[in-house]
Ligand binder design. Structure first.
Ligand code: DGL
Length: 268
């Protein structure tokens, strides 16, 4: 199976886009909702939580895991690939979503790039580093948005306060008059408030939501790795797990996924 991992349910937006475009593949999703948000946590904690999530997905049949979480991709991916995988699962693969986003963004931007992301992602400078590696001439401005993930995970993204908070973060991003022509929504949860963010950022700036970028990149990866692709089940089954158990977990997950889904409890 292809596994998708997120600290919460933001990654469901990526899993959904993937199964819309490549419906034949079996997928397994894990949201670590009991411990979300990761964005406010230390690097060590994010690394350990992410390893546990990836292990769960491997134990339940994933051959390839996509960290559909920028925070985990920014903080944990490299260490997982270099230290953890060779030791614990040398035949399996883990990919993140920051590098594919950076590859795509540098193709279109001419001036400066803005990034809205969690505090841990901004602190890691992963977007700045990956963008600069590909085009040292572009300037990058990153703004941490620590209030968004808790609001979105609570299902309160349509609350009017969300727009007020968005205004504050966006005005901080643009405050030094930089000629930002592209803004990356650098957290998979932000897909849920994309409309508000588009309205508040305004016309004339390209707003990049990751679903449309990541999914074709995963498919390219599968084409380039036929040995891995052959191991993937293709019955179109999708299973969903969360570390949290609550009355509203299915309602919340279905909202993120954009269709009714049933979430099972994961014990890590
Ligand atoms: N969806 C995660 C991301 O893309 C949210 C991180 C968090 O839990 O703070 O960064």
């Amino acid at each position: 199976m292809i596994g998708f991992f997120d600290s919460g349910f933001g990654g469901l937006t990526i899993a959904r886009k993937f199964s819309d475009i490549a419906p034949k593949y079996d997928t397994i999703f894990l949201g670590d909702n009991a411990r979300t948000p990761y964005g406010a946590r230390s690097e060590e904690t994010i690394y350990h939580y992410t390893c546990e999530g990836v292990q769960f997905l491997f134990d339940n049949g994933a051959e390839l895991v996509i960290l559909a979480c920028n925070t985990a991709s920014a903080v944990a991916l490299r260490r997982i690939q270099q230290e953890w995988l060779p030791k614990y699962a040398p035949d399996k693969r883990v990919l993140g979503i920051i590098i594919p986003t950076a590859e795509e963004v540098v193709l279109h931007t001419k001036g400066a790039v803005g990034v809205l992301a969690t505090s841990a992602t901004v602190r890691s400078r992963a977007f700045t580093n990956e963008l600069k590696k590909r085009n040292p001439d572009i300037s990058i401005f990153e703004e941490a948005c620590p209030l968004f993930v808790p609001i979105i995970e609570e299902g309160e993204h349509e609350w009017e306060g969300t727009r007020m908070i968005a205004k504050k973060y966006i005005s901080n991003l643009f405050k030094n008059g930089a000629k930002i022509d592209s803004v990356i929504l650098g957290c998979t949860h932000y897909a849920l408030i994309e409309k508000i963010l588009l309205e508040e950022i305004g016309a004339g700036v390209r707003v990049i939501s990751q679903g449309t970028i990541i999914v074709p990149k995963i498919i390219e990866y599968l084409v380039a790795h036929p040995d891995l692709e052959k191991k993937l089940a293709a019955r179109g089954n999708h299973t969903f797990f969360s570390t949290e158990q609550s009355d509203r977990i299915n309602t919340l997950a279905s909202r993120f996924y954009g269709a009714a889904i049933n979430v099972e409890l994961a014990v890590l």
